[in-house]
Design a protein around this ligand. Sequence first.
Ligand SMILES: Cc1ncc(COP(=O)(O)O)c(C=O)c1O
Length: 475
Amino acid sequence: MKTGFNRRSFLRNAGIGSGVLALGPLAASLATSTSASAADAAAFDTIANRVGHDSVKWDGALRNEKIDHVVAGMGIADMDFKAAPAITAALRKAVQYDNWGYIDMGQPSRKAWLKSIVDWNHKRYGITAMNEGNMGITTGVHAGILATMAAYSPAGSKVLLATPIYNGFYGDIRATKTVANESLMKMVNGRWEIDWNDFEAKASQPDTKVSILCNPQNPVGRAWTREELTRYGEICLKHNVLVLADEIHCDFISKGQKYIPFASLDNKAVVDNSITYKSVSKSFSLAGMKCAWFFTTNPEVYKATVFHNHADLNTLGMYAAEAAYAGGEGWLNDCVAYISDNHQFANDYIKKNIPMIKVGNAPEGTYLQWIDVSAIADKIGAKKMADDANQAAKDAASKMGTDYSGRQAMGEVRMQTPEDMVQHWLAKNAFVQLNSGTSYGLGGANHMRMNIATSRKTLKAALDSIAAATKKISA
Ligand SMILES: Cc1ncc(COP(=O)(O)O)c(C=O)c1O
């Protein structure tokens, strides 16, 4: 095993012998076997070696950017830390049972798991609007969003978004043949705010049927206030636009900020005009495990979403999710504090040492930072580089007799943008991979998204590397 982990001693310490184990009431055993091992902040100084494990963030960076080493993968939204010990213990225990057929969700242990999700949301975030009768399980937040959109977003209708926003929503929009109705946010005193007049004008268009809210907002790092969410919800209610609240990043809230669940707003009609999607996948970095859920106080929206939802389950994902809540809260609290400090560190570092990158206030939530790279784009001639790349692709296509414009119109070919060029330039010159702002919708130009969910040492090495590379071109 690449980590050098000694499996036998681990099993001994965890009280797990050889032979087949019943899966049984996993949560209870986890709570006793692992809660004492909740990590302290120092644990986050050690990251898992992700190179050679087919990770998008690290191996994908090497492959896509054609570089032979990488100082840090800072793209896709997962974390580099080793999983919470409770999760690893549960998965090790689970894989000793060697049959992976369908699971009966009617069993008491599975019902107890669903109840544990409700209890967690109730206790940790004060969400009382959720219960075992109004929630459903999905393989991911996207799967849940797509199920609701299947019912409420007819092809050709508009999806209201406050942009820049998580690029994955554009995939949901493509899949449902709907159209993004983008309301560009504006930077006010160092933080991104919704332009309410524009937002309402877009909400009032009769073909705008749903709005996907990202709370907290990926990529700009806003933790929306109660007032903002209420205003958002009231505008949508007034114009008959259903709110799809994606709260997958809810645990990552920086020190001094607060996560306000949309479903906790005071106006019941506003809450009833919404559905919320959540998961353990960001909080515990279980994105590859595919296990998420949704809930709504609106019985009609619930019924319609359940109707279109394939409640497929990933058994190991379910066990991982169960273990996370049963024995991982200490780890999560430490992780959230570490990320908050990382945000402050990165923000301060950039302001002090990388004049070619502009940032606003340190992000209020998520583990993502939205940075302005227009000075780098100017300096490296990114616009011309993108134009040349597009022309070369077009020429190559016409040599092969392919209809380039047609493929482009179908969304099969994406034009290269200056931000894409900055992404490649940073990979080749600083050996870091960030996400080009292009795919985050209106407002993505001149920006990139940087994932800071790694050890402070790796973060500093990445920032040092960016500082050195940009210094060379700043003269
Ligand atoms: C806001 C947001 N929603 C959804 C997802 C993906 O969720 P899932 O993998 O559960 O479909 C991500 C992943 O980055 C995200 O940032």
